[in-house]
Every structure is written in C-alpha cells, then in structure tokens.
Design a protein around this ligand. Structure first.
Ligand code: GAL
Length: 1000
C-alpha cells in the first residue's frame, strides 16, 4: 500500500490540511499525465486528493436532462449537498445535443454551464460522464438516431464510427474542459465511455484502439482531470496497466437487481464478497472506485411501479450493501440514481415509461421523505468527520471479532483508528442477533464490548460501523458501538453525535482527560462508569421512543449526544451556502424535514430549509455564543439559548390553501389528429419512402423499399406511413408486421376504414396483424395509413449486436391478391425529422402525429374555430384526437406544491388506447392504460406555471372499434406540501404555437 506509513498521523487528530502538506497523491508519471500538467487532482491506492487533501468522493447521480427546468437544478443539488454528498455525477445525452449530425446544440435547457455553476455554488464537485455511449435507460443509450445509418459496428474503432463521434466529443469535451477544477470549475474526474465491456465475436473486447481513440478525443479538447471507467463486471479489461489505459479503474454494482415486484426478497447471493480480492488484483494502486452503485431500480412497461423499487432498495439495503462497499474501501463512490427524474419528451429507452423516479433517495417530485435519503445522510456525514477511513488498510471479513458466528466483521484499520463493519453472516437475515465485539485499542489492548453487561444486537437487515481509537478533536473515543453521525470541536466544547436503532444496546468508552461526567438527559437509561484503566464507559439502551435521547458530558466540555436513529434523521450538518465550499459548516442542528444552508453572520444565524409541519429547531453546536438573531427562510424566529450555547426555536407551518381547477370541467377544444385518413388528405410533400436498400446495415430489408423510419430521419414519438396503390379487385388480406419498441402499438386504416391495431403487449416490441380488406373495385385508388407508436430506440449495450439499429417502422407486409412492390410509400414523423423544429424543447419531444407536426401541442394553438370536446367524452371510433385547454394556477408563494396529473383509470385495465400529455408544449406523459403501470404523471413547477396560465394538451389514440375515452377524466394529485426556502422557480422556456412552414 503506497502511502500507508505517512498516513499514520491521521488518526491522532491531525487535520486534513496538515496531513496534505506531508502526503501528496501519487501523481503518476505516465506520459499522458505529465503532458496534462495538472497536479490539483491526484491519487494513490487509497483515495483521491484534491489540492493535496485526501477526499472521500461521495457522489450522487442526477441527470440534468431529466429535469428540464434549469432553475430547479439548484434545488436538487442543495438536497444532495444537504444529505452530505460532496459530488454529483451526470450523464450527458448525445442524442439530445447532436440530433442532426454536425449540428451540436447545448443551449437553453440543454446548456451545461449553468449546471456546473449551480453545482459549484451548492458545493458539489462534478463527475461528467458524456459517453459517447451512456446506456442510462435513454433512447438509443444516448446514441443519436442517425447513427443507425452509420455503417459497421458501433462503439468500435471503425473509421465510420470514430468520425461520427468526433464532433460531439470535441464540442462536449470543450464544455467539460472549461468546467474543470484547473479552470476554477467543479469538475474533478471524468468518465470515459460506459461499461465498455461486452462484445460479440469477432469484435475483440476490449478494443483498445477504440478506447484510446475516445480518450484522445477528449484529451484533445482539453480534459486533464483523471479519467475513470466503469466496468459492469470486474474483469479488469482496462485499468491503469493495460495497453490502452484509464487513470483510475472502477466498476459498477447492482447487487440486488431489479425485481421490484418482490420488494421483501433479497437475492440469495446478493452480497458481493469477492470485490476486495478482485480489486486488489485488478487495480492495486488506484482508489477503490464504484462509479455506479445501485440506488434504486429501473422498471419496464407493465412492471411494478417505482414505489416498489423504493421498498426493495430501501434504507436497510443502504445499510447492508453500501456499508459492504465501505468495507472493501470504496472511496470514490457514486449512487445511481440519487434523483431519477422524468423521461419527459420521449427521451427514455424503448423499455421504459415516463417516470424515471428509480425509487431513489430523492423522489421524482424532488421530495426527501423516503427514509433512504435520511439513512444516506447519516452515512455521508460520517465520512466528513472520519478521515482515517480514507487511509485505512482493508482486510477480508472475519469471525474473529465476535463471539457469534451469525455475525461477520470486516475490519478496516490504520495504525490507530479502526473500523469494524459488522453484518449478519447471512446477509439478508431479518433476525435479531445478539453479539459481543472484540475491539483492538492502542493503549488498552483488546476489549470485549459491551463491558458493562448486556449484548450488542443487530436487528433485521443492518450493518454497523463500530469504531475504536477514534479521534474526536482533542478527545479520544476508545471505542463506540453506536455509529458516529458527526462531531465538531468548537472553542468552548466538543460535540459528538452518535446513534443507534430502536431496541439496541450500546456502549462507548472515552479516554479521561478532564473532570468527571454528568448525564444531562436520559439519566434513567444510562450507565456511566470510570474504568480503572483511565477511561469512562457509557452504556445505554435505545427505546422505541424517537424523543428518547441521552446526553452525557465527560471531560469538562465533551458533549455526547446519543440518539435514536429516527431522531438522528432530523439532524443536519448544513453547508454554509457560501458557494465554492465543498465541505460543510460546523453547525449541528435538528431541523426536521430539510435544512439547506446555515450561514453565520456575526451574532446572527440564518437558516434556510423546508418544513412540512411545525418544526422544533435545536442548534446543538456552532451557533454564535451570544446569538442575537435567528432567521428561518428570512423570517426572524423567537429563540432561547442555554448557557451551553444550545439554541431552541420553533418554525411554524401553516398548511396553505391550494385551489386547483377541476380539469374535467374546463372548456376543452378538440381537433382530429388523423386527417390522413380523410379522402381529401394530400401527402404529396411527405417524405418518399423509396430507398431500395437500407442505409441501416443491421439486416437486409424484408419490404420492397425500406420502411424503417430511421432511414428517413424519424426517431421519436410516433411515425406514420402511407401506402398508395391501385386496386386490381383481388386484394383480400393485409398481413403487416410493425416494430416500435416495448409495449408499442400500431393501427392501420385503408382509406377511411379502420382495419385493425396491434394494441401492444408487455415486453413485446414487434407485432403482426392480419387484416381483412373490404372488397375493392378494380382500378380504384387506395391508401393505407399506418400509425406506429415509437417507444424510443434500443440501447447499444453489446458491441457487435448493434441493437441501436433495430429498426422502427414496417418490417414486413404482404397484401394478398396484390403485388407487394406495387405500393408506393410515404413516411412522416416529427416535422423536419433530424432537422427538428422545436429547438427549445429539443429533438425528441414531439412525434409524428398531425397535431404535433403542426405544433398544436404548444401553448395557444389556433383553437378558436375548433369544436368543443373533452377527452372524457373521447372518440366513438378508432382514430386520434387532440384536446386542449387552458387554466390558471395561483399556488401560494413560498410553498413547494408538487402537482401530478392522474388518470382515473385502473392501470392494466381493459381500456385500450394511448395518450400523450403535453404541458405548455412539453410532453410529460405517455399513458398506455392496458399496459401500465403509470397513470399518475408528476409535472414539475417550471413546466407548469404555478402563478399564471397553462396550456394542457392531450392526444388520444383510440385503437379499437368503439373508440375510447378517458373515463373519469383527469385529476390533480397533490403530494406532500412543504414551506420552502428555495425561492422562486423560473419557468422553462415554453415557446407558443406559431404557424409552421411545411406542416401538413
Ligand atoms: C448500468 C448502466 C447505466 C444504467 C444502469 C441501470 O449498467 O451503466 O447507464 O443503465 O445500469 O439503471
């Protein structure tokens, strides 16, 4: 281990800064690095260093493009920061930025500079992950649709593919380069490609040429910070020592999988136990790096909803699985996802629906009430005050530290401080298991804990990080079975906050340095004893009562708070909010739901946060000694301060009155969105579908001409084909196979006559229907109109499979009684295809339906002359209708009121139709009731104008005889309301309808 010796001083209370002066990272001397000339971010085998200081990179995954309201990015970033993270990892979606080859656009809601600025202001480093390939459950895995026409295998070093990536990598590379820490920005690391690991014969894996090519592209654009990779499985294909290399090797982990339907069931072999050994072999001299560790799960059409993923991947999962990663020494650790967001505007992959909530710590509606958010806050804060963790050597798990074989301990040790990561031997056990722990101490030898009687206990699925020889400022904790949340040393006192779960018994020992002790709170449940050996032992039980807390003072001015974990959840160590402060403040306080920042200003203390109920505030450390003024969201609070400096106050919460319009009673206007089936319809300026060979080389076409939408530049929303022919009188049956991605549907008309639909099935992305034609008269002209729901492009995970190129469109057809090649085809998708019209909302937001081509889904369509009609009444026969209405909202300011639109239909019920929901022109819902699961669609403020007028649009595609209607209509659903200190939210740009040239 490279630098374990000089680090010995760490646990003796040296600050990180003094440490850094003596220990510098291993600025590796490969040519690559030297030529990059930066020494701000370095590393050794244990951790990263920034400006010479060891850093735990505790990172949250958040995709800005999944929240198209840039003014809300700081909200998420503050919530990430408040949980104790110090880094945010972002994917960048090439498809959204270069939908037309050579035309790179990263402006408006797609601009990254504001994101980097917001991250820096929130005090978060950034790890950008721009691909080219990202996977990420986005359409094409981030690959633009035009790549389906690039010959040869994608994600290889082929000239065609490398050329295709050049423009994007150089443009995005420059943007990232500018935001690097070397230029004063927040970017400290950089990921190349994504899980570059699986290939089919004859493609070699890894293809070093490709890898080097991509690295070189980014280097050319000026990226100098260390590169990382993320293998899906630990093969060690590309490491610091392979012919084409990466600076820091990393691997991902999703150990509990995605079976959210069975949220209580953890897979038998879910706990990784071989990672330490593998990582030591593969990457012995770089920090243990996990660029993606499971933070929730994704869901497919027709599967369980995300609340089930939040249950499967809950706080217990975090306790057991995250701490298992700390046991192997992960010091660059990113949780995927911390905030999932929304697959608005068709940006999601072919398998997924609109929500990308992911069951993550922060809900799609930006809320932090899931217990897993609070749990991760406890963990993240521990690292802020436990620098020895970064320097500790790692060992295999062992039974030698406990008296009970059902308990397994993994030690991590420096020469002084030791961590004992303690779990059930059978990792998913839900039993309550008593045990005793043997800790090693420098001055007192081995000690079996607890000493004052009783047992430690591990309840349900849990893992503890016990410590010994743990420095707390000038104080020395000889051991603690209770876990450390935080501690701070102030001028006049030192405060330590530890916690344990309800029903647990704990013990701690503190070196004697001063006089006596007293129990300030919870006397009846605390035993304190002076040991002969010069230390004080404290032992206590934790009841189920959240309020039940113990406070003990030892050594004159060392205050130990012993909390019930559920009470610890209410505690915060907020950032100062001063910007560019990548650490935290030294304030420790209890403040309920969310505390964003705490700023001291002389004798004033300003708190900014959100409350969902009347909330007691208790500042146990860091308030100015003679506090004169305390504010919460700018409002002065009445407060009291004890002579120990503890401040108490109450923030009142008043439930706001929220009035929402009854959506079903609004004045709705209606227009037909399938004029194509009327006799008069003229498609002469549609795109001719006349390619006799497909530029998509995945497989030869099975139709006389290519009817692959992508060949003509259409990759999103929906696509329409029209096939013209002159009847010979013998036509009888059309057998047609369409493909659109999972759960897709398609409908076919002959002239104005509905022939039938493929209504869609869970997990099925191709469908054949056999449709009987009416008797046609010889010599008469006819046209088929085929509407296909485009669910997004496949990802391109395995090199050589080239699944991106799986086409969307008509794959095969025969018209019995008629020559197949005697049909002339036209195609239409979103207006302009890759040369899409709505540059503001981006290339994927609108599909090919008539009203979308016209732009009627945008605010203020020309609906004056349209008929009245509401989606609740719907259509009496198959077809597509568009409904639009406007309404005002006047939500009280100062509150965060998350609004969702909900269809009053049982998911997976019997109604067969497809709906798109447009809010001020942004598609924020694709609802397929017979597939499910989603029927409730959160709309963020900023898309929805909470203080003014809104335009709502609905496309309703009735797929069966009898038509379709939204039974029960559409209603609001309001989730938890908070009073927020976040401030005003600026609307995302929402250009209004204008006549569109070329729309027909
Ligand atoms: C990983 C991949 C991510 C995402 C994740 C599942 O393998 O790198 O992009 O797809 O799986 O959500």
């Amino acid at each position: 281990m490279l630098f374990s010796k000089p680090l010995q001083g760490l646990s003796l209370g040296l600050t990180l800064a003094t440490l850094a002066a003596g220990v510098h990272g291993n600025a590796r001397s490969t040519d690559n690095l030297q030529s990059r000339e930066q020494d701000i971010v370095t590393w050794d085998d244990h951790s990263l260093f920034v400006h010479g200081e060891r850093l735990m990179v505790f990172s949250a995954e958040f995709h800005p493009f999944r929240l198209p309201v840039p003014s809300l990015w700081p909200d998420i970033l503050q919530k990430i920061k408040a949980a104790g993270y110090n880094c945010v990892s972002i994917y960048i979606d090439w498809h959204l930025l270069e939908a037309k080859r050579g035309d790179f656009r990263a402006d408006g809601i797609f601009a990254l500079e504001p994101f980097f600025e917001a991250a820096k202001k929130a005090g978060l480093y950034v790890l950008p992950r721009p691909g080219p390939y990202i996977n990420a459950e986005v359409s094409g895995g981030g690959f633009p649709g035009w790549l389906t026409r690039v010959p040869g295998a994608l994600r290889t070093g082929s000239e065609a593919f490398m050329n295709a990536t050049d423009h994007y990598t150089s443009e995005i590379g420059k943007i990232i380069a500018d935001a690097q820490i070397t230029n004063g920005g927040p970017v400290i690391l950089f990921q190349v490609e994504n899980e570059y690991q699986h290939a089919l014969d004859p493609f070699p894996m890894p293809e070093y040429g490709y890898w080097e090519g991509v690295v070189e592209q980014y280097r050319r654009s000026g990226i100098v910070v260390p590169s990382i990779n993320n293998e899906a499985h630990m093969y060690g294909y590309i490491t610091a020592h392979t012919p084409a290399s990466v600076d820091i090797y990393g691997h991902d982990g999703y150990p509990l999988g995605f079976d959210c339907e069975n949220p209580q069931q953890w897979p038998e072999d879910g706990l990784p136990t071989d990672w330490l050994e593998k990582n030591n072999r593969i990457a012995p001299d770089t920090p243990y790096t996990i660029p993606e560790f499971q933070g929730g799960g994704f869901q497919h059409w027709g599967q369980s909803g995300f609340e089930d993923c939040a249950l499967l991947l809950n706080m217990e999962f975090e306790r057991v699985l995250y701490k298992n990663n700390y046991a192997v020494g992960a010091t660059i650790f990113n949780i995927y996802m911390t905030f999932g967001g929304t697959n608005w505007g068709n940006l999601g992959h072919a398998e997924g629906f609109t929500s990308y909530d992911y069951g993550a710590q922060i809900t799609e509606e930006r809320q932090v009430w899931r217990e897993k958010y609070s749990e991760v806050k406890l963990q993240a804060n521990f690292f802020h005050v436990s620098p020895a963790y970064l320097a500790a050597d790692r060992f295999n798990s062992s039974l030698q530290y406990t008296n009970n074989g059902d308990i397994t301990v993994t030690p991590a040790t420096t020469d002084t401080t030791k961590f004992y990561i303690t779990r059930h031997t059978q990792y998913d056990s839900v039993e309550s298991v008593p045990y005793r722990l043997t800790v090693k101490t420098t001055d007192h030898g081995d000690i079996e804990v607890p000493q004052l009687g009783g047992d430690l206990i591990l309840n349900r699925r849990d893992t503890k990080i016990h410590v010994s020889d743990y420095p707390v400022g000038d104080e020395h904790v000889i051991y603690s079975s209770a876990e450390v949340f935080t501690w701070k040393k102030y001028d006049d006192k030192t405060v330590l906050v530890v916690y344990g779960g309800p029903g647990e018994h704990h013990e701690m020992a503190v070196e004697n340095r001063g006089n006596g002790f007293n129990v300030l709170q919870g006397e009846q449940d605390v035993k304190v004893k002076k040991a002969d050996d010069g230390y004080t032992i404290i032992s206590w039980n934790i009841s189920d009562d959240v309020e039940d807390r113990k406070v003990v003072r030892v050594n004159d001015n060392f205050y130990i708070y012993m909390l019930n974990r559920n009470e610890a959840y209410n505690f915060w160590v907020p950032p100062t909010g001063a910007g560019t402060d990548y650490g935290t403040s030294d304030i420790i306080l209890k403040a309920g739901y969310l505390l964003r920042t705490a700023q001291r200003d002389g004798k004033t203390l300003h708190l900014v946060g959100d409350v969902n109920a009347t909330t007691p505030i208790e500042i146990i450390g860091g308030a100015p000694p003679k506090l004169e003024k305390l504010t919460f969201n700018g409002r002065p609070l009445h407060f009291q301060q004890t002579n120990l400096g503890v401040v108490t106050a109450t923030v009142d919460f008043k439930e706001p009155k929220i009035k929402l319009p009854n959506l079903n009673k609004l004045k709705w206007k209606k227009i037909d969105s399938l004029p194509e089936i009327s006799r008069k319809y003229d498609d002469s300026d549609w795109v001719d579908a006349d390619l006799e060979e497909s530029p998509n080389d995945s497989a030869p076409i099975l139709t006389p001409v290519s009817l692959r939408a992508g060949d003509y530049g259409f990759h999103t929303g929906s696509v329409l084909f029209r096939g013209h022919f002159t009847a010979n009188g013998k036509e009888s049956v059309l057998n047609i196979t369409t493909q659109g991605g999972q759960a897709f549907g398609s409908s076919v008309w002959l002239d104005s006559t509905f022939l039938g639909s493929w209504v869609g099935e869970v997990e099925v992305d191709i469908g054949t229907v056999v449709l009987e034609l009416p008797k046609l008269k010889k010599g008469t002209k006819h046209v088929f109109t085929v509407v296909i729901d485009h669910m997004g492009l496949h990802g391109n995970y395995v090199i050589g499979e080239d699944t991106l190129k799986i086409p969307r469109g008509i794959i095969e057809y025969t018209l019995a009684g008629h020559e197949d090649d005697d049909i002339t085809w036209k195609v239409q998708g979103n207006l302009g295809g890759e040369d899409y019209r709505d540059k503001t909302r981006g290339p994927l937001n609108e599909g090919g339906m008539y009203i979308e081509r016209q732009g009627y889904h945008q605010p203020y369509p020309p609906s004056r002359k349209w008929k009245r009609g509401s989606p609740e009444k719907g259509l009496s026969k198959p077809g597509i209708a568009f409904y639009t209405t406007t309404f005002n909202l006047d939500i009280p300011r100062g509150y965060d009121v998350p609004l969702a639109l909900e269809f009053d239909v049982a998911p997976r019920g019997s109604s067969v139709y497809r709906v798109q929901l447009f809010v001020n022109g942004y598609q924020f819902g694709k609802f397929v009731p017979h597939i499910g699961p989603q029927s409730r669609f959160p709309i963020p403020e900023g898309i929805l104008n909470h203080h003014g007028e809104n335009t709502l649009g609905i496309t309703l595609w009735a797929m069966e005889e009898g038509g379709a209607k939204l039974d029960g209509g559409l209603r609001w659903d309001v989730s938890m309301v908070t009073e927020t200190g976040f401030g005003e939210i600026e609307m995302a740009p929402a250009p209004e309808w204008e006549p569109r040239e070329g729309a027909h």
